[in-house]
Design a protein around this ligand. Sequence first.
Ligand code: ZN
Length: 244
Amino acid sequence: MTSSDLTSALASGSPADGADPRELVATACRVLAAAGHDDLVWGHASMRDPGGRGVWLKSAEWSLAEVTPERVHLVDSRGVVLEGVGARHSEYPIHTEVLAARPDAGGVVHTHPAHAVALAATGQELRPVSHAANFFVPPSVPRFTETADLVLTRELGRAVADTLGGNPAAFLVNHGIVTVGRTLPEATVAAVLLERACAQQILTHTAGGWPTWSGPEESADKRRNIYGDRALAAVWEHLVRQLG
Ligand SMILES: [Zn+2]
């Protein structure tokens, strides 16, 4: 797949013609690793199967940085691996249930990035102290607090989807984050932005002084002005180029 395929996939909100889901999931995982989302062998990304059979999900026991197309498999809504090999992530219901609840979404990311986990654990709201948080705020980023344990059942997966609602991201408090996008590249960019926004907020608070942030109207303007479809596609392409 070329980067322009990915651009058109992102802009159209549907998988690019001929795009190989395994390749796209592997690339997204490596982008996430490079952006500080690696947590040993945990964290995963998926995209909706264009044929409606389930989700193409990173397989378990590999770090995000180690994901190749061969380490991505097709998982159905009951967790059965339909295509591909390798151990399945036990938290597959995050992906299958969120995508079932969000027909507008084509990709899901679940990772444990350090700053997002830390900020959510403090109980503070995410504030738009820099550009990044305006992608999400307002409204407040939803907080999933039913459990901080693994999301192992379809019921818990549905509960995560309920908490997420129509938003691009949710905090799984004391656990990690979930982001969605019309495409997996968009979900990946959202995950990268969320971690950057949380890091920026923590940095702001550690610097002392009297922190300020954008109000709701300015945030809405900034979201429109900064995060158009072309810009999101360009960010994705930049992140892919950085992989070398
Ligand atoms: Zn997790």
